[in-house]
Design a protein around this ligand. Structure first.
Ligand code: GLY
Length: 431
């Protein structure tokens, strides 16, 4: 079987690696990939969804799987289906669940799924009046896609006014800031919960802990994710069943029956678990239509089931008959990013602010081959040297019987690698 994975980051490297493990897969192509992915799969220079569909048609691709939200929101699934190329992922209509935070919150409320108190605005003055009137702390969210950085958590009314200004007037996320969703800030434990679904049956994966802030102790700016580990320390079977009953199943059924959306692929529920009256309520903060990055890097290595079997079951609507098997050992992913560094034009603050690229990376070949290295932003220069091309550069994934063992290995192996300005958090997996 020939598989095409769409994507070019660390999550997409992990997906390509997982397909390459399948005895049913002869060849994995990735569009458009990166230097690390080119060690696992053949990278294809197709950047638009039309180029990807042309490539898939010409190569006779048997199965495509989409990593990131952008091609999904642009309609890659509809395009491939129109050409009869099997592809796993939600179609353009279903992708609105991630590409409009505002419409999704309204839909969830209609379906009786727990969401924080919220209001939607397309007028910044009305939004400001609202945050002055509510009397509680809020989170201001850009409606559209913003590379995981569109939620601004506010401590004060002034912070909220500034967030409205940045999103709606300064347009830091472009047209994604046409509208905002302003939510009551909840306190509890955040959890990323992932499922596979064929539109009728929805099956949970194992959960992962993500670290979104740039600095230790969850300080600094929001990033795409600085590290992750799995299993999650406090997701019990009982809690998982509660999330399935209160959120996951009503969502998939509700969008199918009320909106005519048959959602097929991966769904990512961004939850806040809040203790209320001696019980836990799973509030939905956001829905994403894809695997998380860097959560996929620790979830997929734990998945023992062949991903091709799961994809076929999704496409044929028979996920009910599939039971997923997971390795109980821990996996931990430590991400190295392009940090503070001097360049030709002075100092770069480093990811998630402005960072330097084109910096040679040394020592990756010394990393213990028992570890997995998934690349996020790497390329080759004209002389074939491995260089940085992004903010997040690569992640080392380790395995351990305990979280402490996986953590110790990751920090030991990371010390073998170097590039100018390299930075990683010191507290990933330190619970
Ligand atoms: N790690 C968060 C995300 O993928 O959105």
């Amino acid at each position: 079987m020939k598989v095409l994975v769409v994507g070019s980051g660390g999550r997409d490297h992990a997906i390509a690696w997982k397909f390459a493990q399948s005895p049913r897969v002869k060849k994995v192509y990735v569009a458009h990939g990166n230097a690390g992915i080119s060690q696992t799969a053949e990278c294809v220079n197709a950047k638009t969804i039309e180029e990807m569909a042309d490539f898939a048609e010409k190569k006779g691709i048997d199965l495509a799987f989409v990593g990131p939200e952008k091609p999904l929101s642009a309609g890659i699934v509809d395009l491939f289906r129109g050409k009869n190329i099997p592809i796993v992922g939600p179609d353009k209509k279903a992708s609105r669940l991630e590409s409009s935070k505002c419409d999704t919150k309204v839909l969830l409320r209609e379906l009786g799924i727990p969401v924080p108190e919220f209001a939607v605005f397309d007028d910044p003055d009305k939004a400001r009046d609202y945050v002055r009137s509510v009397g509680y702390q809020v989170v201001v969210k850009a409606d559209g896609l913003a590379a995981g950085k569109g939620s601004l958590v506010c401590d004060t009314v002034e912070d909220a006014e500034e967030a409205i200004h940045l999103i709606m007037e300064k347009r830091i996320f472009g047209d994604s800031g046409n509208r905002v969703d302003i939510e009551k800030r909840l306190y509890g434990r955040e959890l990323s919960f992932f499922c596979f679904t064929d539109g009728y049956t929805i099956v949970p994966m194992v959960a992962a802990q993500d670290y979104k802030r740039a600095r230790d102790n969850d300080e600094g700016k929001n990033t795409g994710g600085m590290g992750s580990y799995s299993p999650h320390p406090w997701l019990t079977d009982e809690l998982s069943e509660k999330i399935m009953t209160r959120v996951a199943r009503p969502l998939i059924k509700g969008i199918r029956e009320n909106k005519g959306i048959l959602y097929q692929g991966v769904i990512y529920l961004g939850l806040m678990l809040v203790e209320e009256n001696g019980d836990i309520t799973p509030y939905v903060l956001e829905i994403n239509i894809r695997l998380g990055d860097p959560e996929a890097q620790v979830i997929l290595p734990r998945m023992k089931t062949d991903i091709v079997d799961v994809c076929e079951a999704i496409l044929e609507g028979r996920l009910k008959g599939v039971s997923l098997e997971w390795d109980p050992d821990y996996r931990l992913c430590l991400i190295a990013v392009s940090g503070r560094c001097r360049g030709k034009k002075g100092w770069y603050k480093g990811y998630p602010d402005r960072y330097r690229i084109g910096v040679p990376i040394e020592g990756l070949e010394s990393v213990d081959p028992e570890c997995l290295v998934f690349h996020s932003g790497t390329g080759f220069d004209e002389s074939g040297r491995l260089i940085t091309t992004g903010g997040r550069v690569f992640g080392i994934v380790t395995r351990g019987r305990t979280l402490a063992e996986a953590r110790e290995k990751a920090y030991r192996e990371m010390k073998k690698v170097h590039f100018e300005g390299m930075y990683y958090r010191g507290d990933i997996g330190l619970e």
